[in-house]
Ligand binder design. Structure first.
Ligand SMILES: C[S@@+](CC[C@H](N)C(=O)[O-])C[C@H]1O[C@@H](n2cnc3c(N)ncnc32)[C@H](O)[C@@H]1O
Length: 273
């Protein structure tokens, strides 16, 4: 008797469990179906949006080419300078070349492409005191001497700072050697900042040097200082000289002989009024 009662209770419990399972199935299945259905709908909408987007999508502009201006060239200033200008300075712009020298940079640029103001210390205009209004120039080109070797002959005829300043005592800096070179770059860049329009371009030519056996990466020093002044660095071009430059005397070579220089391109950051 007791055994059959236990059996009955077990059967009742099993039925209850099976009812609950069925209930679960009844409750969950339609939801899953609904989800599947709505997922299906969602997927169809996504598909149609995708294909619509495909048909609406414009073909990307531009062409594939390697006919470009590159960051490194073998050649001369007069080969590379026109490329730098064509990338950053639109024709018709007002350009002040404040260290014009012999005008080598301009040899391959057709006359009249830019409104060129050409000055140099030799013609009586110091790049640290330019005869232009504030914010009036689109581009300043600046190529001062690369080296300072007072009394020395090591760099004769090679962008020698001392050579340019021997007859211009009034313009001499109290700094010497590499520090004098940097001083001229920094003070010239500061004056350029004054005369440049907002977003105007400053193109600097420079070369690193080993001075008193110390490696001086002039281009890095210039970039660091000019960014503090409010310039953005836009570009850096490397110019590798043709041929093999020598030295006048050597016992043991300690550093790589430099056969490259740089054009650095800066933009004056927009100043708020
Ligand atoms: C490397 S040369 C420039 C060469 C020039 N880019 C060219 O294409 O012929 C350096 C020039 O900077 C000039 N210079 C030196 N100190 C100067 C200064 N404080 N202000 C203006 N020009 C200066 C020199 O007279 C010299 O002509």
């Amino acid at each position: 008797m007791a055994i059959s009662l236990v059996n009955e209770e077990r059967i009742q419990i099993e039925n209850k469990v099976s009812n609950i399972e069925q209930l679960k199935i009844d409750l969950i299945a339609p939801r899953e179906n609904m989800d599947n259905q709505s997922n299906g709908q969602h997927a169809t909408i996504q598909e149609s949006q995708k294909s619509q987007r495909k048909t609406n999508r414009k073909k990307p502009d531009g062409i594939a080419t390697n006919d470009l201006i590159f960051s490194a060239y073998v050649g001369n200033n007069s080969d590379l300078f026109p490329l730098v200008m064509s990338l950053y300075v639109p024709p018709g712009s007002i350009v002040a070349d404040v260290t014009y020298g012999k005008g080598v940079f301009w040899r391959k640029i057709p006359k009249g492409t830019y409104q060129l103001y050409a000055t140099d210390l030799k013609t009586g205009v110091d790049c640290r005191n330019l005869p232009y209004e504030n914010n009036s120039i689109d581009c300043v080109v600046f190529d001062p001497p690369y080296m300072h070797t007072p009394g020395g002959t090591a760099h004769n005829g090679h962008q020698n700072y001392e050579e340019y300043y021997k007859n211009n005592k009034g313009y001499k800096s109290d700094k010497k050697y590499h520090e004098a070179v940097l001083d001229l770059y920094f003070s010239g860049a500061k004056e350029a900042y004054r005369v440049l329009k907002n977003k105007g371009i400053l193109i600097i030519k420079c070369q690193d040097e080993v001075c008193a056996n110390k490696q001086r990466l002039t281009h890095v020093e210039i970039i660091v200082e000019l960014e503090k002044m409010g310039y953005l660095t836009e570009d850096l071009f490397v110019l590798v000289r043709n041929g093999k430059p020598g030295v006048s005397r050597i016992i043991k070579q300690r550093h790589a002989r430099k056969n490259h220089s740089y054009f650095l391109v800066f933009r004056k950051k927009e100043t708020r009024k």
